[in-house]
Write a protein that binds this ligand. Sequence first.
Ligand code: NAD
Length: 475
Amino acid sequence: MKQIRHFINNKSIDSKDGKIFDSVNPATQTTWAQAALGSKSETDTAVRAARNAFDNGPWPKMTAKERAGFLHKIADLIENNMDELAEIETMDMGKPITQSRGKDLPRTVDNFRFFADYITLSENESFPMSNDYHIYTRYEPVGVVAAISPWNFPIMLASWKVAPALAFGNTVVLKPAEQTPVSCYRLGELAAEAGLPEGVLNIVHGFGPKSVGEYLTTHPDVDLVTFTGESNTGRAIQKAVSSTLKGVSFEMGGKGANIVFDDADMNEAIDWSLRAIFTNAGQVCLAGSRLYVHKNIYEDFLTRFVQKADQMIVGDPTDLKTEIGPLASKEHYNKVAGYLDLASEEKFTIYAGGKGKGWWIKPTILTEVHNEMRVCKEEIFGPIVGIQPFETEAEAIHLANDTRYGLNAMLFTENVRRAHRVAAALRAGTVWVNCFFIRDLRAPFGGFGDSGIGREGGKYSKEFFTEPKAVVMKI
Ligand code: NAD
């Protein structure tokens, strides 16, 4: 059985009280790893290490080029260890190995490389005033960053916080999700192997409320909190940080709308829509879980969509052919399966799919749904999509925007005017037209409404992870 510990000051350490917790492989439903369970004591030790590295260490004072060198070295080491890390993700979380190896790990590498390159190309503004005065800006690191990450893309989403935080000269305490702690622990080891100075990246394992998560968000020596997770957790964290006035960046839940107009390329719309809801067994904040299809093509779309969904290979996530693995934990399986149990009460139809064996849910399509039902309002975070017909463009926009979330939306049409018009009308942080999940790290990423506070990516990450300073000079 794998044993992992905290990683503080480039050293692997146990909890003082010796407490541990299990990480369960969702495919076998057995414990495959055990992690040290952090307490206030380990949280304090990690924050102290990060504080000391920030206040007294070389990291924040290095040139961008020097820091970029470390980030590229970390990326190299992730690349060299990709097979092992991909296997860890699949064991810890249950995602198909093709997803871990083919998508998550390459994107983790990209996150480090992108921010390494970004800082070396970043520019500062200057504001010439008159002959006598001149102002220029400096973007200085903020300090100690607490990064709190979820379990659905464990190392990839952790790196999406850690890479920019480090790139801009901050030091970090990372708390990985308790369901999937192993790959982030390895990230700590690899960062140390890359030569990162002591205390620059620290990892403490534990839970959220009354545990490491809460201790970090209320810690007086933490300057910034970057969190990805559920909207209700975001609410709790916002309350917790309010007394200390830390900066926050929240990437939270979603209930993505996907509109298919009757002039769409049907094959493309079906393929992207399948990917939008069934990738990672629907455990994706961006999942297109509300599908609105024009009434003229509804029956045809439904038949073909269901046919293809039924053909998806549900099974052992270590098998290269598997497209849908189990849900990540028993607790999460029970939550997702609970939504299917609402069928008789809410009066929707489970048109295809349903519960599988173990913690698997088959690709599931619900019909006879409407926006007032819980299955359309709440984030299910599983391979379940509700499909509804619509008649007019205005109705489609209204249905899509009828949510408290606003992370992303998709639309399929061959009409370019409609594409721009509807993209502008949708209240979401990202709108994909005739595609899904295409990302560029320079673009803003984040959500409207309950889906987020702030944006990440390129200059948006720079704004969050730095304190811009104006230097005013009399010449
Ligand atoms: P979660 O909110 O339960 O947990 C996320 C992290 O927060 C974990 O590390 C957890 O231990 C910690 N946490 C929980 N309570 C806390 C508290 N009171 N104080 C401090 N930390 C606390 O989320 P999850 O179940 O791990 O992840 C799934 C959720 O994440 C979904 O809602 C999904 O949409 C969202 N998500 C959003 C994005 C995005 O970019 N917007 C990306 C991935 C996942």
